[in-house]
Ligand binder design. Structure first.
Ligand code: HEM
Ligand code: HEM
Ligand code: FE2
Length: 454
């Protein structure tokens, strides 16, 4: 942290270590992604030192942790800004960060030693690490809520954010117990996977997006609040019962085929609203090129969200399609597109708005950041394309022609995953490294004078 920050409340500086930790875990996530993609293509690559199940679980868990830490960092800055008060306790925020980082390290070491809590992706961490994750989230919630209760000024944005955060914590707790019956176990597991990304995270994302629009485009608050509540209501209405699109084939009653299809088919509606709102504001933004990079990440996130989650998700949400594509590389293509578009890009947008301010600048120089933006976007699009083709080939050969799964996996799918790997290594990874470099060494843009120190 530098003494030359331009924050209005000193406690906002605590966002900095959160973003720093997020940036480092992001790089690690991508390194693990490259290792497991290489193992798809060359199965013996690092087989004994870093087995595939360890690498995959680490890739997924690191993603969840860095996105959560990024959201928390943005929230600390945002809540102080919106309420115009200091955050209740900076030491508590540090404790929140240290507990979560310990949980992350603990979970990854458990996988390293081969300890997994059942094979349920994203939630493999065995005890006691889930308890530590829950503790980290609770510390965060206490800090945010005490700040909000003590503040005189609250807004639709802080209310929505807090609502999303409480939902996130509750859903996490519900899915923690392990049930002996596999169907029951997976029934609850989807509460965290689906209700996080298509419920609570979606609500949190809407709040952060709305706040950035206020900051960057002087969005009209009362109009924005109406949009925000409409989006949240629609997310909950379509998303909660939309969970049925994961209940088609796990042994749950047949009626989920209808309910899942019906409700999840409307899930893209609030996402489209969110994008519409963002671009409407973008047109009205300040005419001077203030912080263009943040706008690129924000606009990119809106597009990535609607295409990756809305279009790719919709494409396989009807049971008539899903019965062919379920659990293939088509799912992996959607997983990458949606997580990157909806959440990763939004967290990076927040980083490019907040971090320069923490260091006393209005914005960083734009050139390196733009390179990083385009490299990551092109890299991700190439990976998503290759995953999609791999999935379509796999669906056709395994599910339609009835070819052996392993034959297809090793002889046909691995060819397309090679392109995932190549695009990841040559295009996406340099983009992420440039982002880290910019994060560590970003200098003010020439045209934008440094802000006066607070
Ligand atoms: C930001 C929002 C979203 C994110 C981050 C996301 C992410 C994911 C991920 C990671 C999976 C794979 C889970 C697994 O099997 O391990 C998945 C599956 C799925 N998603 Fe999404 N998703 C989002 C939104 C949507 C939307 C809006 C729809 C539908 C309109 C959708 C439809 C589906 C379906 C049907 C599956 C199951 C695929 C299968 O059967 O293999 N998703 N999603
Ligand atoms: C160089 C970059 C990357 C490479 C090479 C890569 C590669 C992979 C591979 C090989 C898998 C396993 C697929 C399977 O088991 O079928 C995977 C899973 C996954 N990755 Fe990545 N990845 C990269 C970056 C990312 C990024 C940036 C994100 C999101 C921010 C992400 C999110 C995911 C998700 C959500 C899954 C699970 C998908 C599912 O359950 O179907 N990855 N990745
Ligand atoms: Fe879902």
């Amino acid at each position: 942290m530098t003494p030359h920050s331009s924050v209005t409340h000193r406690s906002q500086l605590v966002a900095h270590p959160f973003f720093f930790a997020a940036a480092i875990l992001f790089v690690l996530q991508v390194v693990f992604g490259l290792i497991i993609a290489a193992q798809f293509v060359w199965p013996t690559f690092l087989m004994d030192t870093l087995p595939f199940n360890f690498g995959r679980a680490s890739h997924l868990n690191l993603m969840t942790f860095w996105l959560l830490l990024g959201i928390m960092g943005a929230s600390y800055y945002l809540v102080a800004d919106e309420t115009d008060t200091e955050i209740f306790s900076v030491p508590l925020a540090w404790a929140n960060l240290v507990v979560l980082l310990t949980a992350c390290a603990g979970a990854l070491s458990a996988y390293w030693f081969g300890h997994f809590a059942r094979g349920k992706p994203f939630t493999e961490a065995p005890m006691p690490w889930p308890l530590l994750i829950a503790l980290g989230v609770v510390l965060f919630l206490i800090n945010i809520f005490v700040t909000l209760f003590r503040a005189k000024r609250r807004s639709a944005i802080t209310f929505t954010l807090a609502f999303g955060m409480v939902g996130l914590a509750l859903v996490y707790l519900l899915s923690l117990p392990i049930h002996r019956n596999l169907t029951v176990d997976y029934y609850w597991w989807w509460w965290i996977i689906h209700l996080w990304v298509e419920g609570t995270w979606e609500i949190i994302a809407a709040a952060i997006m709305a706040w950035l629009l206020v900051k960057l485009a002087d969005a009209d608050r009362s109009r924005l609040a109406k949009w925000l509540y409409a989006e949240v209501a629609l997310v909950l209405f379509t998303g909660i019962i939309g969970i049925g699109h994961h209940y088609y084939w796990i042994g749950t009653p047949r009626y989920w085929l209808l309910w899942g299809a019906l409700f999840s088919a409307f899930e893209p509606v609030p996402i489209v609203l969110m994008v519409w709102d963002t671009f409407a504001h973008m047109k009205r933004r300040h005419p001077e090129p203030v912080n263009n990079v943040t706008w690129y990440w924000l606009g990119g996130s809106a597009v990535g969200h609607v295409v990756g989650a809305g279009v790719w998700g919709f494409a396989m949400t009807l049971p008539q399609v899903n019965k062919w594509t379920h659990g293939t590389q088509v799912t992996a293509s959607h997983g990458h597109f949606a997580f990157f578009g909806a959440f990763a890009m939004l967290v990076i947008a927040a980083v490019y708005y907040v971090v320069p301010r923490l260091r006393g600048m209005e914005r960083f120089g734009q050139q390196r950041a733009m390179w990083s933006f385009w490299l990551m976007c092109i890299g991700m699009l190439a990976m998503v394309t290759a995953f999609t083709i791999a999935g379509v080939v796999q669906t056709y050969l395994v599910r339609l022609l009835g070819m052996d799964f392993i034959t297809v996996r090793t002889q046909y799918v691995s060819f397309w995953i090679f392109w995932v790997w190549a695009a990841g290594l040559v295009v996406f990874l340099p983009g992420v490294l440039l982002f880290l470099w910019d994060f560590l060494a970003g200098k003010p843009a020439d045209q934008a004078p440094a802000l006066t120190p607070a």
